[in-house]
Structures are given as structure tokens and as C-alpha cells.
Design a protein around this ligand. Structure first.
Ligand code: ADP
Length: 241
């Protein structure tokens, strides 16, 4: 992000103001801060749900607006809080991110996303069409399949925006273990974090407040600073007040 500002159509104040940061290959950056601070907006600019008002978002040094949209999307996987599945089989849902993926690769992604119990309870395993009678998945189950869809792509950039909010704490930790392997393989991570547990897995934390990066550093550094991060953490033990 190079001096990125962004104002939604019709809004009076910018959602992001002069935001600059870099995520290296293999590095994971967490975005935290009060609700409305601009975290989701920042994440949304990478796959170009919106384009910057000024400044630039660059991937591999190239302005995303100058990239072929397919080339950009090939490098990015994202799971947003309300990521939904299609009314087709689990296999095809996961494969949507990478049509040439084999069954084995889809299964490996599903297992990495802790979906083994889901496959077990469905009558035809990963060939079960979901969203039909008797095969509805809970919010947390849908999030896990969405994670599998992101993992099968083996993206250069993985964006997780509240992507594990409906998953229980133990499963979340198990999924993070898989994610750590993905990031160790050179994927860059952008994680909008609402829970403390996610931050243990991030190299750097950026605190966004009213569209600006007001603090950045590790958990320990930010706690020692005694600022916004410290007060959010002390008050809620979480970051989305
Ligand atoms: P966060 O993810 O930190 O909670 P957001 O990025 O969702 O913050 O929101 C940043 C600001 O932009 C807020 O003031 C919010 O009301 C506004 N905003 C978010 N989405 C939209 C939208 N689609 N249209 C207009 N304003 C929006």
C-alpha cells in the first residue's frame, strides 16, 4: 500500500487516509482496531472490489489497476466473513478456486481446513451437493470449506477477513497450524483480526483507527506503547469494540 486514500461514493470522510505498508512474501500482517477503522476496506482494495481514490495498491511491485484482472485474481485468495458457498458439491465448491485441482488436492485442502468431520457426516462425502435437503452447513462449517477453497489455490496472497469467526477455538488453532505452513511456503497474509488468537500467528500488527495507521509493531511492542491497541486489548481482550 503506497499512500493509499479511499473515500466511498457519497461519504464525507475517507475510509482510508494515507495508508502505507508492505507485506513481504511469507509474512503475515494483521489489521486490527476499532469497528469502522477501515480494516475491511483495506482488504477489499487488494482484489479491487474498489479502487483507491489516491495512492496505489501494488502486487509484486505492479499497480493492481495495471494488471490483467485474471492475472491478479490468480495470485489472490480471500475469505471474507460472509463468504458463501455455491449450491453444488463440496468438491466443486473448493475447486471453484482452481478448476484443474485433482480430487486428492481438494481433499488435502479440506483436511487442512479441518473439514474431515463435515465430509464424514455427509452422505456422499465431498460429492454431496450442499444447500439441498438435509445438507445445510452451519456458518462455521461454511467458513471452513471457504478456507479449503482458498488453500487449494496456493495463492501468493491470502486475505482473511474475520474468516474464522464462527469456528470454535480449538478448530481455529488447528486451521492456523495449516495456515502457518502456507505462509512458510512464501504466501503473504493479510489478516483482519478480531480475536487475540489470530495475532499470535502474525509477524506485524497494524492498528487502523479512522482510516489511519496509528500504531504498528508486535503485540509486545504495542502493549508497551500503552496506546490504542493497549486500551482495546485491556478493555475487550479483542479488537473490534
Ligand atoms: P472496519 O473493517 O475496521 O470495521 P470498514 O472498512 O468496514 O471498517 O469501514 C470503514 C469506514 O467506511 C466506516 O466509516 C464505514 O461506515 C464505511 N464503509 C464501509 N463500507 C462501506 C460502503 N460499502 N459504503 C459506504 N461506506 C462504507
Amino acid at each position: 500500500f503506497r499512500d493509499v486514500s479511499f473515500t466511498y461514493d457519497g461519504a464525507e470522510t475517507p475510509a482510508l487516509s494515507h495508508v502505507s505498508f508492505t507485506v513481504e512474501p511469507g509474512q503475515t500482517v494483521a489489521l486490527v482496531g476499532p469497528s469502522g477503522g477501515g480494516k475491511t476496506t483495506a482488504a477489499s482494495l487488494i482484489p479491487r472490489f474498489w479502487d483507491v481514490s489516491s495512492g496505489a495498491v501494488l502486487v509484486g511491485g505492479v499497480d493492481v489497476r495495471d494488471m490483467d484482472p485474471h492475472a491478479l485474481m490468480d495470485q489472490i485468495a480471500f475469505v471474507f466473513q460472509n463468504s458463501r458457498l455455491f449450491k453444488t458439491s463440496i468438491l466443486e465448491n473448493v475447486r471453484a478456486a482452481r478448476p484443474e485441482a485433482t480430487r486428492e488436492q481438494v481433499l488435502a485442502a479440506l483436511m487442512a481446513a479441518q473439514c474431515g468431520d463435515i465430509l464424514e457426516k455427509l452422505p456422499k462425502g465431498m460429492d454431496t451437493v450442499i444447500g439441498t435437503e438435509g445438507t445445510y452447513l452451519s456458518g462455521g462449517e461454511q467458513q471452513r470449506v471457504s478456507i479449503a477453497r482458498a488453500l487449494v489455490k496456493r495463492p501468493r496472497i491470502l486475505i482473511l477477513d474475520d474468516a474464522l469467526s464462527a469456528v470454535d477455538a480449538k478448530t481455529e488453532q488447528d486451521i492456523w497450524q495449516s495456515l502457518r505452513g502456507v505462509f512458510a511456503g512464501g504466501t503473504s497474509g493479510i489478516v483482519v483480526a478480531h480475536r487475540v488468537s489470530a495475532l499470535q500467528n502474525c509477524d506485524e500488527i497494524l492498528v487502523l483507527e479512522r482510516g489511519r495507521i496509528v500504531e504498528h509493531g508486535t503485540h509486545e511492542q504495542l502493549m508497551a506503547l500503552g496506546g490504542v491497541y493497549h486500551s482495546l486489548y485491556s478493555m475487550y481482550g479483542a479488537f473490534d469494540g
